[in-house]
Design a protein around this ligand. Sequence first.
Ligand code: ADP
Length: 312
Amino acid sequence: MLALAVHNLVKTYPNGMQALRGVDLEVSAGDFFALLGPNGAGKTTLIGIITSLVTKTSGEVQVFGHSIDTDLAQAKSSIGVVPQEININYWETVMNIVTTQAGFYGMGAREARLRAEECLRQLQLWDRRADIGRNLSGGMKRRLMIARALMHRPPLLILDEPTAGVDIEIRRSMWEFLREINAAGTTIILTTHYLEEAEMLCRNVAIINHGRIIEQGRMGDVLHELQAETFVLNLREAVAVMPVLPGYAATRIGDHEIEVEVTRGQDLNDMFAALSAAGLHVTSMRNKANRLEELFIHLTGQESQAAGEVRP
Ligand code: ADP
C-alpha cells in the first residue's frame, strides 16, 4: 500500500519559475521518509501541492489511493501537516487551537476534547492547555503544531523542516516522539536540510534539486554515494609546511589548521596514526562542509551551486 504516489508533477509559478519539473515519488505506508534538498529545490512547493495549499500545473498525486483531483476531501483527511513557520493563533488557548482543528475535520465537540487530551498529553502540553499560544516557548509551539496535526488521526504526517532553529534537546525529544508514532503505524515524511537528521530517523530518502528528484532509495544506499568527507583539524603544533600523510590528501590552511580528505573505506584511526607519526596532535576537528552538501557535490558535480544553496 502506498501512502503517497506522485507522478510527473510539474509546477510553474505565474512568474515563470519552474519549481517542479516532473517529480515522481512513492512512499510506502508505514515508512519514515526524508525529502532532502537544498534551499529552493522545490520541497515546500511539493508539500504544498500534496496538502492542496498550492495548485499544480500538471501531474498526479494520490494519498492512500485518493487522488487530489477527484477525491480531495479523502486525500486531505489522510494527511496531517506541520508547517515550517509557526502559525498558531497567539491569543487562543492551547486547548482551543487543537479542538478547533478537529472541528475542521468534522469531529464532534466531545470527541475533540477527548482526542485533545490524548494528543496534548502525548506532546507534554496537557498542563499548558489553558495557556494562550503566545505564552508557550518555541519548542512548545512546535509540539503544539504536531499535536494539532495529529488531532484527526491522519495516517500520514508531513513535517516541513520540523527542527529548523530548534535547540538540540527539543530536537531530540521530537525525534523520539516521531519514532514512537511511526512505530505505532503513522507514515511520516519530513523535509530537512540536515542529512544527520534524515540519517538518524528515516528508512528511505529522496533528494530533490532544481525541481527534480536526483536520487531516491534506501537511506543506507544513498549515503553510500557519499564518497569522501573533508575534515578541518586544529593542531597543537604550528605547521609551516604540510607534512605528507601517506594515503590522505591533506592541505595546510593556517598555522594550526589543516584539511584532510577521508574517502569511503578509509579509517579515521589511520588518519590519526599518520598525524601522530608526523608528530602532530589534534585538539579539535569538524566537518568542512555539511555532509548533505558533500553528497550534493558528488551527485550533481555542481560545487558552487550546491554549496551556495545549502544553508550552513
Ligand atoms: P524549498 O522548499 O526546497 O526551499 P520551494 O518549493 O520553496 O523550495 O521553492 C522552489 C522554487 O520556487 C524556488 O526557486 C522559489 O524561489 C520558487 N518559488 C516558491 N514559491 C514561489 C512563488 N509563490 N512564486 C514564484 N516562485 C516561487
